[in-house]
Design a protein around this ligand. Structure first.
Ligand SMILES: [Zn+2]
Length: 150
């Protein structure tokens, strides 16, 4: 692994520590409150400034392919890491990353973090979403898919 890739990797893994602490020291694999795609999506999104241009381009190409092939997944299929298939595993990173970026761009980091804190306090992802952003996660998912197609 190249040194610049290693820095992005460390940033990703370090973020998981913060996240697991928020979630009562539990990851999605051990019954934590954050769905798996959100854990990986956040870690990918926050470590993006440390990623190489090549890695960012690969992420964008992966997303474009998923859209073209109409193979974006249902969030419920990438929520429990034990039920994620090897193929969906890779998609989960790119799809989660894209959704976290979308939410962050739309509402800002502060609101996004309030949403995460609410989930960490035991609220469901849907209920927390409605409380902080005033729309349903289902609606957001629809808008995100339309946004990707543009
Ligand atoms: Zn990770």
């Amino acid at each position: 692994m190249k040194e610049e890739d290693l820095i992005a990797e460390i940033s990703h893994e370090f973020f998981h520590h913060i996240q697991y602490e928020m979630a009562g020291n539990k990851s999605a694999l051990h019954g934590g409150v954050f769905p798996w795609w959100l854990e990986e999506g956040l870690a990918e999104s926050v470590s993006a400034p440390f990623k190489t241009e090549g890695r960012i381009k690969l992420h964008e190409a992966n997303l474009l392919r998923l859209i073209r092939e109409n193979s974006l997944l249902d969030w419920k299929d990438i929520s429990n890491p034990e039920q994620v298939t090897p193929r969906d595993f890779l998609i989960g990173y790119d799809q989660g990353w894209s959704m976290v970026d979308y939410i962050t761009n739309l509402f800002g980091k502060e609101k996004r973090n309030q949403w995460l804190e609410l989930i960490a306090s035991g609220e469901s992802i849907n209920s927390a979403y409605e409380q902080i952003f005033g729309v349903s996660f289902k609606q957001l998912d629809k808008e995100w898919r339309n946004y990707l197609k543009e």
